[in-house]
Design a protein around this ligand. Structure first.
Ligand code: ADE
Ligand code: ZN
Length: 323
């Protein structure tokens, strides 16, 4: 068979800001006159050691200071798409965090113009079709999320859906009921991070209160057999990110990751890279790593690739072409 990293696949859980490689961070810092508190890209990379989600988020948000112009965002996205294409990605549904930029004085229009510009060129340049998903930061207020949705109105032709990310525990999905209702009424697709560090009840809430079509992570759903039965029955996709789970200590070792158990339970799981610049690999690298650590078979890998297209926001024709 092809190497697992070459299998055609869709990537459905990828934060574009999490693709900021140290070298690009330094290049953008120099261009924009931003001081980074690291002597070199190597020193920065050595700082990529995390105790949990929050310790990662602190660095992730701090480094965004180097992203200022539409060109910066376009360069970031284009670099990701080139890497993803080289690892077999044919379709990518890409998250971005508007509030993390508007709070620093970067207008939403700058962010969207830059990202969407790179995404529009992606099929021709890299052979990768794309969609953009705007995430609300769940550790900010529901009002701030609502203002973000309102501010995005002029750009909705370039935004396929909404998501929910950032620090999970203490910020249950129900906090965002209204903004998700409004997003649904605007015809936006809905996804949310749930069950990464938060309890299985957050997964239920994301489904029942926010009406999401996919759960990002969903790892902790495995603690609740009744919830697992529901996710299997309704074929709710879970976008797993095994390398992220190890780096952020949701699991101790990749060998302990429940990916295979989740597949065996009949769940519609996909494998993704989350924040690949920080977690040690892009999605092809992740396929490779889980194959080794969990002794996945060729069939398992093909099933994961097939699941990624089934779970994608693609129409059926596009789906067939992508394969
Ligand atoms: N933002 C970027 N990566 C994230 C993750 N893994 N969980 C929550 N928010 C995030
Ligand atoms: Zn994520």
């Amino acid at each position: 068979m092809n190497l697992p990293e070459d299998l055609p696949k869709a990537e459905l859980h990828l934060h574009i800001e999490g693709t900021l490689e140290p070298e690009l961070a330094f290049a953008l810092a120099a261009r924009n006159g931003v001081d980074l508190p690291y002597a070199s890209a190597e020193e920065l990379r050595r700082a990529y050691r995390f105790d949990d989600l929050q310790s990662f988020l602190d660095l992730y948000y701090a480094l965004m200071a180097v992203l200022r112009t539409a060109d910066d965002f376009a360069e970031l996205a284009d670099a990701y798409l080139a890497r993803a294409a080289a690892q077999g990605v044919r379709h990518a549904e890409i998250f971005f965090d508007p509030q993390a930029h508007t709070d620093r004085g970067v207008p939403l229009g700058t962010v969207v113009e830059g990202l969407a510009g790179a995404l529009e060129r992606s099929e021709e340049r890299h052979g990768v079709t794309t969609q953009l998903i705007m995430c609300f930061l769940r550790d900010r207020s529901a009002e701030s999320a609502r203002e973000t949705l309102d501010a995005a109105r002029p750009y909705l032709d370039r935004i396929a859906g909404v998501g929910l990310d950032s620090a999970e525990v203490g910020h249950p999905p129900a906090k965002f009921r209204e903004v998700y209702e409004a997003a649904g009424a605007l015809g936006l697709r809905r996804v949310a991070h749930a069950g990464e560090e938060g309890p299985p009840s957050y997964v239920r809430e994301a489904l029942d209160v926010l009406g999401v079509e996919r759960i990002d992570h969903g790892l902790r759903a495995m603690e609740d057999p009744e919830l697992v039965r529901r996710l299997v029955r309704d074929r709710v996709p879970l976008t797993l990110c095994p390398l992220s789970n190890v780096r952020l200590r949701a699991v101790d070792l990749l060998e302990d990751h429940p990916l295979k158990a989740m597949m065996d339970a009949g769940l519609l799981v996909t494998v993704n890279s989350d924040d690949p610049a920080y977690f040690g690999g892009y999605v092809g690298d992740t396929f490779h790593a889980v194959r080794e650590a969990l002794a996945l078979t060729e069939d398992d890998l093909r099933r994961l690739a097939r699941n990624s297209f089934e779970a994608a926001f693609l129409d059926h024709d596009e789906d067939l072409r992508a394969r």
